[in-house]
Design a protein around this ligand. Structure first.
Ligand SMILES: [Zn+2]
Ligand SMILES: [Zn+2]
Length: 336
């Protein structure tokens, strides 16, 4: 079967590999569609602090269940995949927060992922996709769980205004959840004009500029109060630093973008405003509600997917993301 291996940074190889054998509690699945994203790009560029090589990429997966002896009802169904394995005994797991398990393994990051025709996966990590949900909407389930968790972490309330740094897939999914599922306003900041146009078409207020002009725009939009929540979804140090300046008194900052290394923040402002600074990573129990949101048409999926490639063209797809060509947002690989 075809398998996409990242042998070293920028070295993608499509190989013919044997499929794994099925064990107890596992299902054999065939890949339909896979999304690639910023974390795959970081692995490709060699800038991810978490990835080692060689690595089979792939953590945003839509599959067909081929065999599943322990849950036969799943056979023949489409499913999305929770890409995390957790230990169940560390402090985070005991607290029900397995998304930040001390021994976490994420497919395509710490362990080999799903960019291969056949995968063998634990049944507990498969979520059946409602029949009416088209493939190209269902494939957004995994990135939407990440956005969903970030919004949950923010504890934002209806009627509040948020700033979102980054009009990439995660930033735009956060903005959509805020506006369409939470009754909030979203001010979206990015350097790419094309991405801001998408943000605007989705109903967000697009913002661009240096710190003083962004401060002014956020102040104007909030009657001087600034943003109840600032989501940082770029991983760019300059943006991370600006979060303290755009957040309101008693507001919340949620960090979702991975910085390349530690970033210095204005802790005096954090103290003065009594800001809650919260990390957000992966998601917890988010697949069922996210599939419901997608099935109910709450999320505009069509505007998020900008490119489609075949599974064997994964290298070309990563190259498009790498060179930030054609306003690339979500790229999907079609396996069959
Ligand atoms: Zn992803
Ligand atoms: Zn754990």
């Amino acid at each position: 079967m075809q398998q996409v291996v990242l042998e070293a940074p920028r070295q993608v190889r499509v190989v013919d590999a044997p499929a794994a054998t099925q064990g107890a509690g596992e299902a054999v699945v065939r890949l339909r569609l896979a999304g690639i994203c910023g974390s795959d790009l970081a692995a490709y560029r060699g800038t991810s602090p978490l990835v080692s090589y060689p690595r089979v990429l792939g953590h945003e997966l839509l599959v067909d269940v081929l065999a599943c002896p322990d849950r036969p009802a799943l056979v023949g169904q489409r499913a999305v995949v929770d890409p995390m394995t957790h230990c169940s005994h560390c402090r985070a797991c005991r607290a029900g927060r397995y998304n930040c398990c001390a021994n976490l393994e994420v497919m395509g990051v710490h362990v080999d992922g799903g960019l291969q025709e056949i995968n063998v996966l634990p049944i507990s990590r498969l979520f059946a996709v409602p029949a009416a949900l088209p493939d190209h909407v269902a494939v957004l389930a995994e990135p939407l769980t990440v956005a969903y968790h970030a919004v949950e972490r923010s504890r934002i309330r209806a009627g509040e205004t948020a700033v979102v740094f980054g009009a990439g897939t995660i930033g735009l999914l956060i903005a959509q959840l805020l506006m369409r599922a939470r009754g909030c306003r979203a001010l979206v900041i990015d350097v790419a004009a094309g991405r801001l146009l998408i943000a605007q078409a989705l109903g967000a207020t697009p913002l661009q500029g240096d710190e003083p002009s962004l401060r002014k725009a956020v102040a104007q939009a909030t009657g001087g109060e600034m943003a109840a929540v600032v989501f940082e979804a770029t991983g760019v140090a300059a943006c991370t630093r600006m979060t303290t300046s755009l957040v309101a008194q008693a507001g919340t900052i949620v960090l979702i973008g991975w910085n390349k290394g530690p970033v210095e923040l204005d802790t005096v402002t954090l103290m003065r405003k009594e800001v809650d600074l919260r990390g957000s990573r992966n998601s917890v129990n988010a697949f069922p509600p996210v599939l419901q949101l997608l099935a109910d048409g709450i999320i505009d999926a069509a505007s998020m997917i900008t490119h489609r490639f075949g599974l064997g063209e994964a290298g070309a797809a990563l190259d498009v993301l790498d060179r930030e060509q054609d306003n690339a947002l979500k790229i999907v690989l079609e396996a069959h």
